[in-house]
Design a protein around this ligand. Structure first.
Ligand SMILES: Cc1ncc(COP(=O)(O)O)c(C=O)c1O
Length: 377
């Protein structure tokens, strides 16, 4: 029986090998490994992608390439002026990077539980957590679906609170005619190799409409430098490699084709697993996901265990994102949370699993996955 991996990194490389080789060789031949034309071209391509796909006006989005999705979040918080003692409201059900960057600036992550069906920050719970110290709200778009930004904005805008959209998993998803990675006052994404738009190493980006903020982020990611060897503030080295930019330029050219395939597979799962014992992640009715993962929940932890055993036996790859919510991680012990503080995040972490949805999956493989899941009672 042929194994079906959760994510296939070999297939896209084989498909785009000639283009990738040419792009890499161009960087080598020009020896512009940091900055240079490959990076500039990719940044332009990124902002054009967002502007070109928006069904509503998305003017002047600045795309700033950087070293990772984590550094992108840190840069965004720095650009928002988050500092020691400030509070940032965020989700306990995400990859640790979403919340990890907050204490790195001496600020305090304030968790809010998630919605049972979308798995994302519950906008109705945000208001009660706002204090005089709140500086920003940081929702994470999960598994390719955008967070319900407009509902969060209804709470943030009248209070002058910034929204930082963590679009690490949702670059290019649609939300009410806008494009994910341009939904927040400032947005970030990741091009980690397993993301839907993937580099061949670490890479990320920050997006903003504010030209001054964009200029500051470009300086912050390059040691706070404004002219060669002149530094106006403390920054970091968070630049994207030109090689990754060149590879990502090739990948972005094929992104829409890949999303079409991911969405077709997701549609089959949604239809054909409808009568199965699992609930699929609910997408906002005015949103279109990029399905970086296709995620479901079993009714109980025990049922998930049984399902995963069946998938293993059928050699079908699966993921569990995330087995321990952030408020229960040792790294956040100083926040003094305990079990029961965010019951929905805790319950999802015990019941959720992902199945393969990548663009190179064959129809016969999708059929096999559906058959195995339908056979699990
Ligand atoms: C929701 C979320 N935020 C942030 C990150 C951090 O991105 P990176 O791994 O590129 O630092 C990731 C992914 O890894 C993520 O899934």
């Amino acid at each position: 029986m042929e194994a079906i991996p959760l994510i296939d990194l070999a297939a896209p490389y084989q498909a785009y090998k000639d283009e990738i080789t040419e792009a890499i060789e161009t960087v080598f031949s020009t020896t512009r490994f940091i900055g240079g034309p490959a990076l500039a071209a990719f940044e332009t391509q990124l902002s054009n992608y967002i502007q070109g796909h928006a069904k509503q006006e998305t003017q002047g989005i600045h795309a700033i390439a950087c070293s990772s999705g984590t550094d992108a979040l840190l840069l965004a918080l720095m650009a928002l002026g988050v500092k020691s003692g400030d509070e940032v409201i965020t989700t306990p059900y995400s990859f640790i990077a979403t919340a990890e960057v907050i204490p790195m600036l001496g600020a305090i992550p304030v968790f809010v539980d998630v919605d049972e069906r979308s798995y994302m920050l519950s906008p109705s719970l945000v208001e009660e957590k706002i204090s005089a110290k709140t500086k920003a709200v940081l929702p994470a778009s999960l598994f390719g679906a955008p967070a319900d930004i407009d509902e969060i904005a209804k709470i943030c805008q009248p209070r002058g609170l910034a929204i930082l959209e963590d679009a690490a998993q949702s670059f290019g998803a649609f939300y009410k005619g806008r494009v994910s990675a341009s939904l927040g006052d400032i947005s970030t994404t990741s091009f980690y190799p397993t993301k839907s738009l993937a580099a061949y190493g670490d890479a990320g980006a920050v997006f903003t409409r504010d030209a001054l903020q964009a200029k500051r982020i470009r300086s912050l990611l390059n040691h706070g430098q404004e002219g060669t060897y002149f530094h106006t503030e403390i920054g970091m080295n968070a630049r994207m490699d030109a090689l990754q930019a060149a590879i990502l330029s090739v990948k972005l050219r094929h992104y829409d084709e890949e999303l079409k395939r991911r969405r077709a597979i997701a549609k089959r799962y949604q239809t054909e697993l409808h009568a199965s014992p699992y609930a699929v992640q609910e997408i906002h009715p005015q949103a279109v996901s990029v399905y970086s993962q296709f995620s479901l929940t079993a009714k109980t932890e025990e049922k998930r265990k049984k399902t995963l055993a069946q998938l293993e036996q059928a050699k079908i790859g699966y993921g569990m994102f995330y087995p321990l919510p952030l408020h229960l991680q040792k790294a956040f012990a100083h926040l003094k949370h305990g079990p029961g503080d965010f019951p929905i995040a805790e319950s999802l972490s015990k019941r959720m699993f992902s199945i393969p949805v990548h663009a190179f999956l064959q129809d016969t493989q999708v059929t096999r996955i559906i058959e195995v899941l339908r056979g699990v009672s």
